[in-house]
Write a protein that binds this ligand. Structure first.
Ligand code: C5P
Length: 215
């Protein structure tokens, strides 16, 4: 069973995907970490994440072990991730890793939950259930700011909101695998939901989509 969860940043998809994977005993992959790992490598070497040759070389060298780097959640790495993610050669280099994870989930799991921007449209177009998790810009910016402050990173709301808007624009406008719901995705707007309600709503959608049709 493959569950694809896409959507913009700070819409609650990471928390939701993790909880769904635990509840359904599926493997979990946060695919944003792959793009973050590429950006972190490029930035650590002092290079510009927007330069294709450099970012592509970093993408080809990324392994699942790189997803444990402690610096991946930083805001600067997130911005770099959205720059490397617009480079087709980077996306191509990471596609195989993601499909292998979905096709042969680790630890003998019977399936996987993948979260990202293009899981339902490109990585796993045949997924059993596709959710597009979104929320208003203001509620996402407020969540991101809370998250940053919780980690002790100083942040100004207007700046967090502006960076989020820039990242949304870059992710939605890129030519390769832009952020958009798959035609068969169910859209879940979490603006007015806490993590528990989003989880219950998602479980209802999954049950409805995976229930055997009446004989
Ligand atoms: O989800 P997260 O904020 O960690 O993702 C960082 C960046 O990686 C996103 O802004 C997006 O540009 C890129 N990304 C992507 N496709 C995915 C996952 C993430 O383009 N499947």
């Amino acid at each position: 069973m493959i569950i694809a969860i896409d959507g913009p940043g700070a819409a609650g998809k990471g928390t939701l995907a993790r909880r769904l994977a635990a509840a359904l005993d599926l493997a979990f992959l946060d695919t944003g970490l792959l793009y973050r790992a590429v950006a972190a490598k490029v930035l650590a070497d002092g290079h510009d994440p927007a330069v294709p040759a450099v970012a592509e070389a970093a993408a080809r060298s990324v392994t699942f072990a790189d997803l444990n780097r402690p610096d991946l959640r930083r805001e600067g790495v997130g911005q770099g991730a959205s720059q490397v993610a617009a480079i087709p050669g980077v996306r191509a280099a990471l596609l195989d890793l993601q499909r292998r994870f979905a096709g042969q989930p680790p630890d003998g799991k019977r399936g996987a939950v993948l979260d990202g921007r293009d899981i339902g449209t490109v990585v796993c177009p045949g997924a059993d259930v596709k959710l597009f998790v979104t929320a208003s810009l203001d509620s996402r910016a407020a969540r991101r700011q809370k998250e940053l402050r919780g980690r002790g990173e100083a942040s100004i709301y207007a700046r967090v909101k502006q960076e989020m808007q820039e990242r949304d624009a870059r992710d939605s406008a890129r030519a390769t695998a832009p952020l958009k719901p798959a035609p068969d995705a169910v859209v879940l707007d979490t603006s007015e939901m806490d993590a528990d309600s989003a989880f219950r709503a998602a479980m209802d959608i999954i049950s409805a989509r995976t229930a055997a049709p009446p004989a």
